[in-house]
Design a protein around this ligand. Sequence first.
Ligand code: SF4
Ligand code: SF4
Length: 119
Amino acid sequence: MSNHLDNPCFECGQCCQKLRVSFYHGEVLHDQSGELIGAVPPDLVTQITPHMVCMKGTETGKQGCIALHHDDQQGYRCTIYEQRPSPCREFNTLNDDGSINPLCDKLRKAVGLTSVRTN
Ligand code: SF4
Ligand code: SF4
């Protein structure tokens, strides 16, 4: 999910609600020999294997991420946008070549939203 003004994600939020958002535990903020490493707040993750965690709420892909906020004025927003983990940074409406991300498109259509514009 990305956050920019007039972003189609504001009306959608589906990737934050329908996918398990898992990543290497090194991305979680922790103290290593007096130095802070990682960025994702540790109270927002669930350990799923010895080396992997997921965002709380996304364990089964049936609930929303704990960091997802929605209100009528602003729509869906990530409350830890600057600290979000790599899967969230890598999942976008468009691929690098400008084509539509097919999984994003599928998630949008499943809730009756239209495809994002490619220009
Ligand atoms: S599914 Fe696509 S449009 Fe919806 S929030 Fe995720 S990236 Fe944005
Ligand atoms: S951390 Fe933010 S962008 Fe990632 S799933 Fe949660 S709400 Fe969505």
